[in-house]
Design a protein. Sequence first.
Length: 409
Amino acid sequence: MTAVMAKAMKKSGWLQLMLFCWPLLSIAADWQFSTPAPITKAVGQRIFHHLESAGRRSIAYSGNTVAVTWEDDRDGTPRVYLARKKLSDPGFTAEIKISGNGEAFDPVIVGLGDSRFMLAWEEDGQVLLRMVGQNDSAPTVKLSAAGSQPSISRYGTDIVVVWSERAGRYGQIQLAQIAFADADTLTIKQSCTADIAAAQDEQLYPAVTAIGERLLVSWEDRRLGHTIIMAAQGKPCDLTPPRRISATIEQRSATYGKGHGVSRVALATFGADRVLATWADKRDFREGYDIYAAVFRLGNGFGPNMRVQDDFGGVARQWHPTAAGHPDGSLLVAWTDEREGNSDIMISVFADGEWGEDIPVPGASGAGEQAHPSIIFDDQGQLHIIWIERDERNGPTRLKYMMGTLTTE
């Protein structure tokens, strides 16, 4: 860092420094974003929207359609909704209610092709599944009578759903492989626990993604007396014993017990044979959570832990990581960042084995509060991003959407 940069940082804060460096950042990033668009008209002083699903799977792409799912309490009860838009349309169609009469939470979604989507969510302590496409009144299928926190992925011509299911004292990660002939015919081909060993403590907030003919399943695990990130891989119901992927660090203080905390793993397949796992990590306990990640490669397993955010983010808290990957090898991580005192959405690009500078997303940063991003690439490599916006912390919320395009100039 030059003396001029250091002086700018000390005098005017991080944002002024980023503006000072912006021409270089623009050249490095080359991302152009559309104008933020509302997802739902259901807003108001007493309405709160949530994008807190396991694995951060709140947005999906199918055919020429983007779909978003969330939970809000517009009628006094938390319920799950879905809104869609064609890429060529300026805005979203009116949302439809997905859940039933019970309290519903944490919906996730995956594209099936032909503008069809599969959703899973928790409702009254059950894990439910439903297809949406040409037939928006398709039946709901129950996967679990005592489950929560589902996550979902395509697996060849099938889908896989994972969730945390209460089995005795602790929640344990369950997996189901499901075939879909049409909206009215969903067949559970097989189901099992992701870890065949008896649960030693809570297993929570799983994520799942396919990598060729194999799956990678990851989750929060408390078997060591503090939360770690575990992962297992293999074919459905033939997974390897799980291994820890969040690194063990030296215990520096008896105050922090058996170890540091981690939270909310998200997965993204990129290239032909790689998966990124990213999570919030409190190993630097003085500044709260940071964003960490590790790359899994078929045949090699997981590489070392990497800190995603740059050095300018080391003096603030980061939350809610989400990742998007593309078959061409493109990979992004987005998160909520508090380095400017409020919360902004930041992204970082992974290229040549390294993370680039943190980029505050135009339209999802600046005045107000922006948080809980979810991102996905479409087939053409365009980035679709959603987030929660509010004027002030703890105020009522709005759901926003943008599309990002990587320029080639």
